[in-house]
Design a protein around this ligand. Sequence first.
Ligand code: ADP
Ligand code: DP6
Ligand code: CO
Length: 345
Amino acid sequence: KNRVVFYGEVHGRTLSCAGLGDEVVMRASALARSNIALVKYWGKRDATLNLPAAGSISMTLDGLETRTTVEFGPWERDSVFINDEALEGKGLAKISKFLDLVRPGTLCADVRSTNSFPTAAGLASSASGFAALALAASQAAGLELTPQELSVLARRGSGSAARSIVGGFAIWHEGQKSDGTDSFAEELVPAEHWDLRCVVLVTRKGPKDVPSTEGMNHTMETSPFYAEWLNTVRRDMDGAKEAVFEKDFVRLAEISEGSCLAMHASAMAARPAVIYWNARTLELIHEVRRLRVQGKACFFTIDAGPHVKVFTTAEDLDGVKAYFQDHPSVEDLLVAKPGQGAELL
Ligand code: ADP
Ligand code: DP6
Ligand code: CO
């Protein structure tokens, strides 16, 4: 049942692993990790190609993982399971449309994926999810993509996924070309360069109310602060890059908190407002600022969700963890160090 016979050409090339008539199993598995932006991506200049309005910089998160297996076969429709739950409707259509980019001929896909952390909650499951899917699906289809091509492909599923192809600290280039081939992520420095830690403070269980795509499109269309938000990104990119190269924690803290707050300010000024924070989010922002006054190396960042991610050094990790472990605003606490890029299993 698991073996399909597939003859001939895939994407204009004859499959290298098989001559005509050989039996080919078009299946592959991949692992990718989530990432957290230090300079945020918030808005698209092209929704079809998923081209960003500006560049962004992130750290890949070890331990927040998606594992995905893709198999192509002569089935009637794609089937996709995330954490053993079958996708239907819009959720399935989104994955099928993505698979069309690599699908061999008219074959359909069987996709099985698991996330080791909450899905669609504001912890960038779309990043690890589409990075793992891009790698597994392209490999299953017999394509051998370069890391840049893989990042471009992952980007089509979700912008932040472009960065999860890469390990350590990643820069996603805004790009100039209208076909999007120069808007990919690259490694700035590998995971080993800087032993930072990210303490994820989960403030609430369950998915967020406004998906990232909707939140950023609405902000772009209606926020009077949107243009100014983009200006902050263009000012912050070089500084963040330098801070990462030089391991300058204080500088990265200033830029990263500023980028996070400017992004959220632009969303809050949209009409109607997009507010991802809850009361706990704000409480934890203040706690991080208090902890910093007490001398701990720490700064916060928040994606499109209510959770607070606290960056700290390996040295101050225990102190930061102890401070938040039993905090009444914290439902769950995860710790991640810089992770590797996407890999085949
Ligand atoms: P998040 O903050 O988790 O990234 P988003 O709203 O950006 O939230 O994205 C959630 C979407 O990401 C899901 O609706 C689904 O389309 C996609 N996604 C999540 N996990 C996976 C996965 N393992 N494989 C493929 N797609 C996934
Ligand atoms: C706030 O990459 O999830 O996390 O491209 O529409 O799928 P789509 O959006 P997504 O948005 C991420 C937004 C963010 C900031 C960031 O990760 O840079
Ligand atoms: Co996302």
